[in-house]
Design a binder for this molecule. Structure first.
Ligand SMILES: [Zn+2]
Length: 339
């Protein structure tokens, strides 16, 4: 009896050190277009068991399945920790580096161009969130890790023909908040839209709609940060009437941010305006709400549960990303604010 994992047929040794989930993951990282029947034969389980295991791996965020014509292709996300408490300190990547017959980089093959039949089984939102949390933990442990050493770093050849980002991020342009870096991700992993103050404009909406509709992204993070200059400028203008900045186009940004800040509870010592940290959070909430209010495409998918939007704040001092409540506070509509 094969006691090594879920749904196995009797075959092979009586027991093994790795589960069939590991065996299947090894197979599809060695051949990203392996057929279910070949995986089943190699692992010693049924095709039905392979299907269940691949579904588990997709649901947990370790794999994205892409339907291309009649074949499946798999993209592995190996920077997640293993699931059992005994091995949870180790990533899937570390495990596979140990047990695979060939180096991970050697498994990268020529990949087809994107075609009309392409369908992506994208990483579920909660699994994508886990990848981001784990990536930020790695960044805080080693903020100066070389880009080429980032987990999930794909070869340029592979990326030249397709992209399968597992999340989209609307972040600020601030040079101290490089989004991919603070989430520990290499090229091809995140679809990033950056604009001062992480405000929502039609251009940003169109970009994010593209990520969701064309690339299958199911998680959008609105990422604000401490010490945001755009918010400081907005507060200065609102508190002191400092209008030195909006001569150019900056007013199109501060106007949007001020709308968020005017929602703050009154009665504090800034003439009714929030403190800086609170202002950052309010602005994240405003952009979060705008995504759902201003885009019917995003709103429909949020409503069906296919898409999740979360707010987050990056702390400059610690490098930590703190995810904030899912539901934005009461916000004002975007209409009337210039692009
Ligand atoms: Zn900023």
């Amino acid at each position: 009896m094969n006691t090594s994992g879920a749904g196995g047929e009797p075959s092979g040794p009586g027991w093994t050190f790795l589960t069939n989930h590991s065996h299947v993951l090894i197979c599809i990282t060695e051949d990203d277009s392996a057929r279910s029947r070949d995986i089943a034969a190699r692992v010693g389980i049924t095709e039905r068991a392979v299907y269940r295991i691949v579904t588990d791996l997709c649901d947990a965020g370790y794999v994205t399945k892409i339907r291309e014509g009649r074949r499946n292709r798999y993209v592995a996300h190996l920077d997640l920790p293993l699931r059992h408490q005994v091995e949870g300190h180790c990533t899937a990547s570390a495990l596979l580096k140990t047990v695979r017959r060939q180096p991970l980089a050697a498994a990268v093959k020529a990949v087809p161009t994107i075609n009309r039949n392409r369908q992506t089984m994208s990483i579920p939102p909660d699994a994508a969130l886990r990848l981001l949390r784990e990536g930020n933990r790695r960044f805080r442990a080693d903020p100066y890790i070389e880009t080429g050493a980032l987990e999930g770093h794909a070869g340029l050849g592979e990326l030249s023909s397709r992209q399968v980002p597992f999340a989209a991020v609307l972040g600020c342009s601030d040079s101290r908040v490089p989004v991919e870096v603070v989430f520990g991700q290499g090229p091809g992993r995140l679809f990033v839209v950056r604009v001062a103050g992480n405000v929502v404009t039609p251009s940003q909406l169109g970009s994010l709609e593209f990520a969701v509709v064309q690339l299958g992204v199911r998680l959008i993070v609105v990422l604000g940060h401490s010490g945001c200059g755009a918010i400081e400028a907005t507060l200065a203008g609102m508190v002191y009437g400092d209008s030195s900045e909006p001569n150019g186009h900056l007013g199109s940004i501060t106007g949007r941010i001020s709308r968020a800040l005017l929602n703050a509870p009154r009665g504090d010592d800034q003439g009714g305006l929030p403190e800086m940290d609170e202002a950052v959070r309010l602005n994240v909430n405003q952009s979060h709400a705008d995504l759902g209010c201003e885009s019917s495409i995003l709103a429909e998918r949020i409503g069906s549960g296919d898409l999740k939007v979360v707010g987050a704040v990056y702390e400059l001092e610690s490098g930590r990303v703190e995810f904030v409540a899912d539901a934005p506070h009461e916000t004002k509509p975007m209409s009337g604010v210039p692009e």
